[in-house]
Ligand binder design. Structure first.
Ligand code: ZN
Length: 255
């Protein structure tokens, strides 16, 4: 049972008990308010921290002591081509979680991902701000649309899905189940879309790097391309080997 369901059951049971206690004049009304605030916090943090596996079971890290997996979100984008050049140069295979509409606009880059040994994952079709407010049916349709687009372009149907913004909720849980996808999170968030200083970005990723880590990067960011070679070289100096996330987790990439 997902933590979301357990939390909700505990909430309802406590609510009934506190209600009885309140009506019996044993406790003050604010005990009920505290319970409600705690429950809402659990829902919000459960939604934004994919690592909690609150609504969906995601794979957020591997169990290997030597292997690291790099994942890029949001492409094909501005830096994809340059990042592919770098990966080729340093001989690393990565995963690209593609936004469907970007894939349709840049089919050559999608083909290149596949040709050069990288994994293609699904990152929704529009990646809109309202993605998480949609019905599970609409979310599932977006996931299917992206899978279909990638199949048409590269000849493979992704099985791995990364939730847009890493946000999860009950509707997305149903959509992932309905489409037979497998949710992939991360445990190293680079903040490459926010950090402006390359040195800061590098130390953020490298300082706590451990075997089994899944690193979240974006092939839309220039700073990511800028630090990529040094990140890989220095991680290798620490004794790590880069593998694709499906290999790290021992799962199938495609349907
Ligand atoms: Zn994204």
């Amino acid at each position: 049972m997902r933590p979301y369901k357990i939390t909700s059951i505990v909430f309802v049971v406590l609510l009934i008990l506190l209600d009885i206690a309140y009506l019996g004049g044993i406790i003050e009304w604010w005990w009920l308010a505290i319970l409600l605030v705690l429950y809402i916090h659990a829902l919000v943090f459960g939604a934004i921290y994919i690592q909690w596996n609150f609504f969906i079971q995601s794979s957020n890290r591997g169990k290997n002591e030597r292997f690291i997996a790099i994942t890029f979100d949001d492409g094909p984008a501005k830096q994809t081509s340059l990042i592919l050049d770098i990966l080729k140069q340093v001989n690393v295979e990565a995963a690209f979680f593609s936004i469907g509409k970007n894939a349709v606009q840049n089919p050559d880059l999608v083909k290149r991902w596949h040709r050069e040994g990288h994994l293609i994952g699904n990152h929704s079709y529009y990646h809109g701000f309202n993605f998480d407010w949609q019905s599970s049916k609409k979310m599932a349709a977006e996931i299917e649309q992206t899978n279909h687009a990638i199949m048409e372009i590269a000849g493979v149907t992704p099985k791995l899905f990364r939730p847009p913004y890493g946000v999860t909720n009950p509707n997305l849980a149903r959509a992932v189940e309905r489409t037979g996808m497998y949710s992939i999170g991360w445990n190293v968030r680079s903040f490459d879309t926010k950090i402006k200083d390359p040195k800061k970005l590098l130390s953020r990723i490298l300082d706590k790097l451990q075997g089994g880590d899944i690193v979240l990067l974006h092939d839309s960011m220039a700073i990511t391309a800028e630090i990529l070679t040094e990140f890989i070289v220095r991680a290798r100096q620490k004794g790590y080997t880069f593998v694709r996330v499906d290999k790290l987790l021992g799962i199938e990439a495609y349907a």
